[in-house]
Design a protein around this ligand. Structure first.
Ligand code: MRU
Length: 353
């Protein structure tokens, strides 16, 4: 069973505002928040009320539309100045997921083409909605291609949340699982809790349980042992950015890829084309580091000595040679990736950007 859910994030045309599910409150409370200002949206992104690469792309796009419709400017130059400021505020929230930049820049470019203030507002909203719709279509298409990789009766390990909550709906890695289940396959999911913010425990388990998909929660540190016991058939995760050489995803992904290779288990990534950034290499990307409190405390309880140093990278990088295949909305890409990337992204690869 795979039932429809409220979109994670959407534009409300009645009130010209953004509505989204506050992911910090799940699984205890399902709350839809209305956002009417850029500062509030930036805070929502930083706090992970809205999170996951594709959802961040939509949030960025809708944020630019929000800045445009909120503007009282009567001339396009003034409106553009306000919108550009909003773009920089939103861009500074989280550096690793490329979709955020893509969403911001795509709507900004459309506004730059507008001849009147009214036109700018209309096309900004239309473009942001188009990005959201494309994301949903991409997830469905990824599901269609990726379902073939999931064996009937198989057990898939996933990390973090690459589900409906990380996108407009359906999901990337979890979208593949949903499509396999919708096609009649019996699939069991092992969800890693995903320390320290527990996106796996809180969000992946919530989503899959609601859909009636068999899910078992494990601590991140249990994954390799389950592989050793022969209890995992494949690993499937999402991505925050795919460069020419690595896949950036939630911290902990790399250790699953290394363990999967050691145990001869396929390691799959599911990501839309909007997550690819073939103009960069690993060392050129900023990996977000988050606050010490996220590690030194658990809820309101301090779990580490007060003065201990903390290192809290939010993402890691998995070399492409550990990735068995990448599921996209245009098909399943396989090694050698230089070749399969060239076919899909001919222009970008050829120009060496
Ligand atoms: O810090 P988060 O929760 O935004 O991290 C999200 C992830 O790492 C996801 O795996 C990734 O964005 C893919 S979502 C389809």
């Amino acid at each position: 069973m795979t039932r429809e859910t409220t979109p994670t994030i959407a534009w409300d045309p009645e009130t010209n505002s953004i509505v989204y599910i506050d992911q910090t409150r799940l699984p205890g409370t399902f709350e839809v928040v209305r956002c009417t200002g850029i500062e509030r949206l930036a805070r929502a992104i930083k706090r992970l009320e809205i999170r996951g690469a594709p959802a961040l792309g939509i949030a960025g796009a809708m944020g630019v539309a929000l800045a445009a419709v909120n503007s009282t400017a009567t001339e396009t130059d003034l409106l553009l100045a306000e919108v550009r400021q909003a773009v920089e505020t939103l861009r500074s929230t989280r550096p690793t997921a490329v979709n955020l930049d893509r969403g911001l820049d795509r709507v900004l470019r459309r506004i730059e083409e507008a001849r009147t203030v009214e036109e700018a507002k209309t096309i900004a909203v239309a473009e942001a909605n188009a990005i959201a719709e494309e994301d949903e279509a991409a997830c469905r298409a990824m599901g269609g291609f990726g379902a073939a990789l999931i064996p009937d009766g198989g057990t898939a390990l996933t990390h973090c949340n690459a589900g409906a909550l990380a996108c407009r709906s359906w999901g990337t890695a979890l979208g593949v699982i949903r499509s396999a289940v919708a096609a009649g396959k019996d699939v069991r999911v092992i969800a890693c809790e995903t320390r320290p913010l527990l996106q796996g425990a809180r969000l992946t388990c919530w989503e899959l349980t609601r859909d009636g998909i068999d899910v078992v929660l494990i601590p991140d540190s249990q994954a390799a042992y389950l592989m050793r016991r022969g209890e995992i058939d494949l690993v499937i995760v999402g991505a925050d950015r795919i460069t020419r050489d690595v896949v950036f995803n939630k911290i902990g992904t790399y250790m699953h890829a290394v363990s999967a290779r050691y145990h001869d288990i396929p390691f799959y990534v599911a990501a839309p084309i909007s997550t690819f950034d073939l103009s960069h290499r690993e060392e050129e990307i900023t990996v977000e580091q988050r606050s010490r409190e996220e590690l030194a405390s658990c809820g309101d309880v301090r779990v580490a000595p007060e003065d201990v140093q903390v290192l809290n990278y939010a993402f890691d990088a998995t070399p492409l040679d550990l990735v068995s295949a990448i599921v996209t909305e245009v098909g399943v890409l396989r090694p050698p990736y230089r070749e399969s990337f060239r076919i899909v992204f001919d222009e970008e690869v050829r120009s060496g950007r």
